[in-house]
Design a binder for this molecule. Sequence first.
Ligand SMILES: [Fe+2]
Ligand SMILES: [Fe+2]
Length: 219
Amino acid sequence: MDPVADAELIRDIDVFNRQEAQHYKTHEQFNEIVVRSGYPEFRVHEDSLKAEYDEWVRTKDLEWLLRYCEAFESTVAVGAGQWVDYGWGDFMLGADDRVVELWRWHLAEEYEHRTVVHRVFHRVCTGSPGEVYDKRIEGLNSFLEHLQRVITPLRAYLLGVDRAAMSREERAISEEREAEVDAANERSFAPVADVMSPSWDPATLPAPRELDQVLERYS
Ligand SMILES: [Fe+2]
Ligand SMILES: [Fe+2]
């Protein structure tokens, strides 16, 4: 990148990196608490994802890595309101406030830096507009597939631990609730269709209603 022509983007990348480093540290602490709260195999899932990321950094090229990050950032940005504006509603009843706030703060900052990787991707990725679009969609599809591959066994493990201590009735309620969460998740993922559009521009994404309150609290 050009230090003069790309000065603004370089500055934004710096803020982005600092925000993500902070997210990483906070989630590491959160994961540690989960492991110590009776879910020791959580660590196995976490380590295997870290190992996979390490391998990608070693073996994939910059464009591929940017495609993955662009897909991740855009998907998270369209889902920001789901957390920032308490989109999970009653599913959060009884949840630890500190955990809910951790996700609200994280997603508020995701909204805040939503354009950075998208702009870097377009700055670095080569090819005609059609080719660049195809690369972005390829990245998005492989990101969504990877996300499911990571989340599905992890969720099965966590719920398996919880359900081992449940009565038959409690287990039935838990399974019903899991199906309801899936339906809510499906609805919250609907805006990913916007990310698929050739005209997708995260800059124009409407802000969550409570964005400013959340950001002010943690600035
Ligand atoms: Fe983040
Ligand atoms: Fe991010």
